[in-house]
Each structure stands twice: as C-alpha cells, then as structure tokens.
Write a protein that binds this ligand. Structure first.
Ligand SMILES: Cc1cc2nc3c(=O)[nH]c(=O)nc-3n(C[C@H](O)[C@H](O)[C@H](O)COP(=O)(O)OP(=O)(O)OC[C@H]3O[C@@H](n4cnc5c(N)ncnc54)[C@H](O)[C@@H]3O)c2cc1C
Length: 417
C-alpha cells in the first residue's frame, strides 16, 4: 500500500494487485488489533533494533523515517499517540483506521485497486518466468509485467513491478510466500526462511500448569554452556506448550533452532533483589508465619500458580513448618527463585510467528532504490526481503520505508522508460 502510494505521487498509472478480498489483512491484526505503526525514535535507534541486515536499510530509513511516516499519517487525518518504549499507535487504538487512511490516500492518488486478484507469475522480456531453468534469461533481462488471476489469467504490462508479498507468517492473512517463488523465478537467491518473533516449546511438563500466568519485571537469560546469549528484563507469559510474551519473542531472534537443545532458559523472578536480600526477605516472611507449613508461606513472594512448582522443585518438604527450614534449604530456594530453569525444545510454527526471518537476499537488491540487481524493473519491499527487527513497531517501519523507497524508485524508472 505504501509502495503504491509513493509510486502514484504524479501521473503514473499505478495498479495494486491484492489476492485477498480486502486490503491490509495482516495490518488489521497487528499490535493486538491496535497496530503499533512505528517507533517514535531516530534512525540510529531504528537500525539498532533491526536484527537481519540493518546496513541494507540505511537508505530506506533515511529516505522515509518514522517521523516522516508519522507526519504522513497526521497529514492524512490519522491521529497518533506514543506509548511506553516509543511505540506509536493510532489514537483510536484501531488498526482498521490505519488501513482506512491508506485506502483514502490510494484513492486520492488514483491507484487502481484490484482485490481478489492473485499474481501468479512475473513476465520479463524473455517471457513468463517459471522456474530457474525456464524461459527467463535474467542477466540484462527487463521487466514486462505480471500474470494475475481473478476468474481467468490476465497479463498486465508494466514498466516496473514491486513485489511486496510479505513472508510466510500467519498465512491466513495472505502471506503465503508467493514472492519467494517470483524471486527465484527471476534469478534471485532466497536466504533460508524460519518463523521468528515466535513462542518457544519447553520440555518441562510442569510449565503447562503455569498456563496463562504472565510475569512482569523478571529477568530472562538464554545460556549456552558458559555463554550468555540473551539477557533482558521485561515480561513473559506461560502457555499450554511453553513460553511466549515480549522477552521470549525477542530472545528467540538470537537463537537457532538446531542449537536449542544445547541451551537453557533462566528466569530470575526477583531481579531487584540480590540472593542475600532475597534470603532476608524470605526470613522476614517466615517470621510472620512461624507455624505455617512451607507450602503456605510463599504467598507474599510469588504468584499463586507458581508456588506448588517452586515448592516441588525446591526439594523442601511441602508440609515442613517454616521455622524448621534450614539455611541450606533456604539457599536452594533462593537459587531456584533467582534462576528458574527451563529447557527449550523448538520454536512454534509460522501460524504463531510475528515475522519470517530470511527471504530475498539483500545482495540481490540495490539498497538505494530497492530495485533488483538481477532483473531491471523489479523492486522488493517489506518482509519478503531478508530483513527483520524486534517488536516495537520496527517491522512495520521496515515495510513503510522500503515500500516508500521502492515506490519512489519505480516512479522514477517509469518516467525514464
Ligand atoms: C500477529 C502479528 C502482529 C504484528 N504486530 C506488529 C506490530 O504491532 N508492529 C509491527 O511493526 N509489526 C507487527 N507485525 C509484523 C508486520 O505485520 C509485518 O512485518 C508487516 O505486515 C509486513 O508487511 P508487508 O507489506 O511486507 O507484508 P504483508 O503485510 O504480509 O502484506 C503482503 C500482502 O501481499 C498479498 N499477497 C501475497 N501474495 C500475493 C499474490 N500472489 N498476489 C497478490 N497479493 C499477494 C497478501 O495477501 C498481503 O496482503 C505483526 C505481525 C503479526 C503476524
């Protein structure tokens, strides 16, 4: 949508082909229906939050940064608000208002919108591109248009084609990886794809008992041998299969699935207290309930769902009176609370992944224009390329910035051809 809007800034004839029955199906579910459109921060911060290929995004971010995006929305009547961590949302808290605004801009700029229209193939001067060995001769080949299908197959001639088909995550929204095939068919390399910003399956059966429990202000570490791979404070959530929530999704970005078996996840449930301070706190709690059984003594310290599991893992008799708990036993308890250990098994699949890691190799794309280096006149924008970022509005900013740059560059090309 942003690519089409940017390409349609003068009298160029721009057509947006969307296979769904409406625009922005994924946008609609972003930010839990509120759409975290961007992050209100400077370009250096945007780049710091990109995980794969930040340098490639330099031009795109500088051409259309988050402040230009916010101005674009405000100019087109969408009021915005900024929340914790610079996260920007529509003031109405409705992602549908973002989509409506984009539709309004597209209409104003006379973009022809074709819904229920699935692009099936890319056409270059060499013919319809189907498979690497088919009719296409990439080097020096030029774009001619696309084939798309509504009821019947139609060829649409074009001076430029922008592929903005998204990744593979939440396929029900239309992101089914078609763009990867178009890219392969026209001579591009695809960096291996995998679900990212995705929950993690955990080996320990007892985590199922914690389902629905959300922990705030905890510290989460991912450890491989003696190496700490991730170490952050924030929020996490237990689910029926394992763990999710902001910290877990972010941690997963730095991990490789085949290495998960060698890793441990450690959660410090009381990061504000040292082990000694925690011990003092526990002693104080015990002194206030001297005749209680151990299992009934942790109510002030831990969430209720967590208590039976901590009691069991501590190895302390659940029915032991707190005034007879030994120093050694307390030591085991504080170690457990400061390092609640879990074993990751695997990532959840694309149906639960916020983004797709991998995609069209950035080596095949000119970062100053988003144009393909393999087939002149093809441009890439958004998640289809091998770029991804942390949560906080950064992934949408990648889509807006690369879309804007691709659109602007495609317009430039059409003026020259
Ligand atoms: C649940 C969820 C929540 C998220 N929340 C946020 C958030 O709050 N903030 C944030 O920054 N990011 C968020 N993201 C990530 C963000 O939504 C994506 O990174 C972004 O939408 C990518 O934009 P895109 O235009 O590249 O692809 P998409 O938004 O996936 O759009 C691609 C479009 O191309 C269409 N298409 C595909 N193939 C064809 C074809 N052959 N012919 C015609 N049309 C086709 C699809 O139908 C789709 O409409 C979230 C993602 C998910 C899944």
């Amino acid at each position: 949508m942003m690519a089409a809007a940017a390409a349609a800034q003068s009298d160029a004839a721009v057509t947006l082909l969307e296979k769904n029955e409406k625009l922005g199906k994924k946008l609609y579910i972003t930010g839990k229906g509120r759409c975290n459109v961007t992050n209100d921060s400077d370009t250096e911060n945007l780049l710091l939050n990109v995980i794969s290929n930040p340098k490639f995004l330099y031009s795109a971010f500088y051409t259309f940064d988050s402040h230009m995006l916010m101005q674009f929305f405000e100019d087109n009547g969408l009021r915005l608000k900024t929340e914790r961590g610079g996260r920007v949302f529509p003031a109405s808290d409705k992602s549908s208002d973002v989509i409506k605004t984009m539709e309004k801009v597209l209409k104003k700029r006379n973009v022809k919108i074709c819904l229920n229209t699935c692009v099936t193939d890319i056409i270059t001067e060499a013919g319809i591109c189907k498979g690497i060995k088919a009719v296409c001769n990439y080097n020096g080949s030029d774009i001619k248009g696309v084939c798309h299908k509504k009821k019947e197959s139609i060829v649409l001639d074009a001076d430029a084609v922008i592929i903005a088909t998204g990744g593979l995550s939440y396929p029900s929204t239309g992101s089914t990886g078609d763009g990867y095939r178009f890219a392969i068919d026209t001579g591009h390399t695809i960096k291996e794809c995998r679900p990212s910003l995705v929950p993690i399956n955990i080996k320990e059966e007892y985590v199922k008992e914690l389902q629905g429990l959300s922990l705030r202000n905890i510290n989460l570490q991912v450890i491989k041998g003696k190496k700490i791979l991730y170490d952050e404070q924030g929020e996490m959530l237990f689910t029926h299969f394992g763990i999710s929530g902001p910290l877990v999704l972010s941690a997963g970005c730095y991990l490789v699935e085949k290495d998960l078996q060698y890793m441990k996840i450690l959660v410090d449930l009381k990061p504000a207290l040292t082990k000694e301070q925690l011990d003092e706190r526990i002693l104080r709690d015990f002194s206030e309930c001297k005749n209680y059984n151990f299992k009934n003594s942790l109510g002030k310290l831990l969430p209720a769902k967590m208590i039976p599991i901590i009691v069991k893992l501590s190895g302390i008799d659940a029915d032991k009176k707190v005034n007879s708990i030994t120093r050694n036993e307390r030591d085991r308890l504080t170690t457990l609370i400061k390092g609640f250990e879990m074993t990751p098994i695997s990532f959840r699949d694309y149906n639960e992944a916020i983004i797709t890691k991998g995609g069209v190799s950035v080596k095949d794309i000119n970062p100053a224009t988003m144009e393909s280096k393999k087939t002149a006149g093809i441009y890439f924008a958004g998640e289809v390329a091998d770029v991804d970022a942390l949560t906080g509005g950064y992934n949408l900013q990648i889509a807006w910035s690369t879309g804007y740059l691709a659109g602007k560059s495609a317009l430039e090309r059409s003026r020259q051809t």
